[in-house]
Ligand binder design. Structure first.
Ligand SMILES: C[S@@+](CC[C@H](N)C(=O)[O-])C[C@H]1O[C@@H](n2cnc3c(N)ncnc32)[C@H](O)[C@@H]1O
Length: 388
């Protein structure tokens, strides 16, 4: 194994004869990239600097960049912002409902006009919604329910953008959210929200929905050249399926894959998105079956091998695949998932070019509020760079 010193940090660990580099390859300052990236929080997402680093390194404008575990669509959006075409897949339909609108932005005036026309004041049936009253004042909830109903039958790009912004407002810290003080990154269970309310001595106050959507949309669109992004975004492909069977994505098409799979059972994408699932009417039980989550290392390896074989099929010859994984605690020990991925590569028909360990220097503040890759026990990005 060859170890390359970069940015003054080296590492001596590693697996099967490949190059290992360790350092701070990009700097991630708070909200420094395009404003559209910060539209929605998503469980276990990576920062835009990560895909950007590899897009700049391995592709040219017009190339296809693919992410089979797309999450909030950071890879496809960064691809579009740099003139590349984005292909995205995630088994969770929430992913496409976030990623499509971000890559098909609309004008603020169109959002304002549409919001003006939606009636959010109709009386609604509150039966079965009592859990939600831990988060929302009844008048806010009435508006959310009316908006949800409207969005079920209205699907223009303006409607879809409004839906994405509404998703981002469902729960969070500040008064810009629809909910009383809650967690921004995950939907916490209603009972836990009840406890927070007691502890903080808070009851949900009325938070008019439309003005919050408009304010957030304005922030998110701050950097956006709507026409230019839409022009390249129109060439994107979104599918909602299992990474082991990407039938909707042609073979040999992608110059680059940048992706981050579920890290064993470290994140619960179902529980942590229950409010979003309710808002979009996504069946929670079905999601429990379809979203891959296991504490069994052997099963995870099988899942990753099948997924990597599909990634290889989609890559064009000579194309590069970057798989980001964390170091996780497993059965009381540190487990470097990059070593497992590197070990699986030959069976998937991929060659390991190098493993990059990106060590991020957190400020205390960043650590508290904005570490997007903060899985339990994860504090670095471990990136396996593979070539077809
Ligand atoms: C670590 S997250 C990816 C986050 C993404 N990089 C981002 O920045 O938002 C892993 C994703 O894998 C998805 N996933 C889980 N099981 C899957 C499967 N069988 N096929 C495709 N995607 C799956 C989850 O829904 C989740 O969005």
């Amino acid at each position: 194994m060859e170890i390359v010193a970069k940015n003054s940090i080296t590492s001596g660990t590693g697996g099967s004869g490949h190059r290992l580099v360790e350092g701070e390859f990009w700097t991630s300052r708070q909200r420094r990239m395009h404003s559209l990236h910060y539209a929605v929080s998503y469980r276990a997402s990576f920062k835009p600097e990560l895909p950007d680093f590899f897009i700049q390194r391995h592709t040219k404008p017009g190339d296809v960049v693919f992410d089979p575990f797309s999450g909030r669509g950071t890879t496809v959006l960064q691809a579009n912002l740099t003139g590349r075409i984005g292909y995205a897949n995630d088994v969770n339909p929430l992913s496409e409902r976030i990623a499509y609108p971000k890559t098909h932005p609309v004008l603020l005036e169109e959002i304002a006009r549409t919001l003006d026309q939606i009636d959010l004041s109709s009386p609604v049936e509150m039966d079965g919604l009592s859990d939600l009253l831990h988060f929302y004042h009844k008048d806010t909830l009435r508006e959310i329910v009316n908006l949800r109903k409207y969005l079920k039958t209205h699907k223009s790009d303006v409607d879809r953008f409004i839906e994405m912004i509404a998703l981002s407002r469902l729960h969070g810290h500040s008064t810009g959210f629809f909910s009383v003080y809650s967690f921004p990154q995950i939907s916490i269970p209603a009972a836990n929200q009840g406890k927070i309310n007691e502890r903080r001595n808070q009851i949900p106050d009325y938070r008019p929905v439309k003005e919050r959507i408009l304010r957030k949309a304005k922030q998110v669109l701050r950097d956006a050249d709507v026409e230019a992004i839409r022009e390249v975004g129109d060439k994107n492909v979104f599918i909602t399926g299992d990474s082991r069977n990407l039938a909707g994505i042609p073979s040999d098409c992608a110059a680059l894959i940048v992706t981050s799979p579920p890290f064993l059972d470290k994140a619960d994408y179902v529980q942590d998105n229950w409010l979003e699932f309710w808002f979009l009417d996504i069946d929670i039980e079905e999601m429990r079956e379809r979203i891959f989550r296991t504490g069994d290392l052997e099963k995870w390896e099988g899942f990753m091998l099948d997924s990597m074989r599909e990634m290889r099929r989609v890559l064009r010859p000579g194309g590069v695949c970057v798989i980001e994984v964390g170091e996780v605690r497993h059965k009381g020990k540190q487990l470097n998932l990059d070593e497992i991925i590197a070990g699986l590569a030959p069976a998937a028909g991929l060659k390991v070019e190098e493993v990059m360990i990106h060590v991020q220097k957190f400020t205390k503040l960043a650590n508290t509020f904005n570490v997007s890759n903060n899985e339990d026990g994860t504090n670095t990005h471990r990136l396996v760079v593979l070539r077809k």
